[in-house]
Design a binder for this molecule. Sequence first.
Ligand SMILES: *Cc1c(COP(=O)(O)O)cnc(C)c1O
Length: 490
Amino acid sequence: MDEAILDLLKILKAEALALEPSEKEREEARTKVVAYTERFLNQIDELKAYQTTDYKSKGLLEHPISNTPAPIESLLSLLENFVDTPGINSASGGHLGYIPGGGLYYSALGDYLAAVFNRYAGVNFSAPGAVQMEKVVLQWMASLIDFPSSFGGNLTSGTSIASLIAFVTAREAKSLTSKDYHRSVVYLSDLAHHSQEKALKIAGLGDAVKRHIPIDDHFRMIPEALEDAVKKDLEVGLKPWLVVATIGTTDTGSIDPLEELAAISAQYDLWYHVDAAYGGFFILTETGRNLMKGIEKADSVVLDPHKGLSVPFGLGAVLVRDQAEMVRAHQFEANYMQDAKVVADVSPAEVSPELSKHFRALRLWLPLMVHGVEPFRQNLEEKLLLAQYFQAKIKSIPHFEVGPDPDLSITIFRYVPDAGDANEFNQRLVKAIHEDGRVFLSSTVLDGKFTLRMAIVSFRTHLETIDLALEVIQQCVQKLLSEERLIENE
Ligand SMILES: *Cc1c(COP(=O)(O)O)cnc(C)c1O
């Protein structure tokens, strides 16, 4: 061996060792990181739920990646200034917009453990324990929705990818080929989440016919309208293929009539998909369980632990009634994977588009095992009750118009001023609430009406948070009204 090469290898090793901090360096860095997170968690109740962004600074863009090592404390201050302060504080209980989650501490510890041990969670042969843990949490979810033991599942980054897996499975299960795509029909309500059509498009089914089935005054899909549409499509030679029902629409939290839709799907041999991203885990509660009768008849169900179970963002799940269908749609073989084939069990990589994958199960398994299921159930019961509390309170304030009683924990409301355009007023109202920042709310448009939403999901949201939200909303209305009076008097 050439001496020069051996010398060079010594030098390179010495340099590369910078990537392995010593025990003392690890302790120093860890202490600083933990101190930073502790400071955040100890003041979480006082922090704003929304911080408007200061676009005068270019933020992190002024600190490009370079060859100069930086001390961890300076990087933590970059995080604090430019990442952990601006925008929505998703960890805050005051986050009541879109669909919040919160972010459980034991999930953070689970991610830490997963990253240190770095088990390769995509393949059974490589990490049998990690794969088994994924199975354990999926089995728990399958038992919640009364799925048969033939079920298959996968932990994904969220419902968007979970739905992609479901639709690719449905496509193969119903033997659609590209020649069928343009005459295959998908049925969904206007309130179906946009991720569903996006997943269809990514699955190659962008040309499929989409039928938007009308909803009733509780924002639930009308089963008779679905059946009519299917019959008409059959008459004209189209191929009815997929029904997408929603448990907890994003706009209003409404739940589609699952039993009726299941019966129609069965009668016409349609794949029955249920998007339970936000609402699914409310099945832990008694109210939810009653409202979700029929979910067990689905062919595929998608759920987001990063919503109803308050796991930090990046965890969704897909469950398919028959695992064999998932495998048929996703399984591949390769010569360089031959050693991994010794295990007969299905690996996550065989039922999803991913090969290498983050060990996601741990961020859910750890909190479920540490706390037990009961606090999760109580937390969701509390969210349902808080939604009713808010609905009753806001309804009693003059000028506020509310939607129907909430199915789950989202309520909708708007302020109707004596004079002027209500849409424009509510648009300004949501902006004023954002500028205030003590709580964060988001809005939608229903039937042409600009409407505010109150989405109560986070485990950090309690009665005090809702009272604060009521105070903020009323103060913002008063501020807008007094501004209008000033303008009138000018
Ligand atoms: C959040 C949500 C989605 C999208 O899920 P991601 O996890 O953000 O990909 C889909 N459907 C519904 C009803 C949702 O609430």
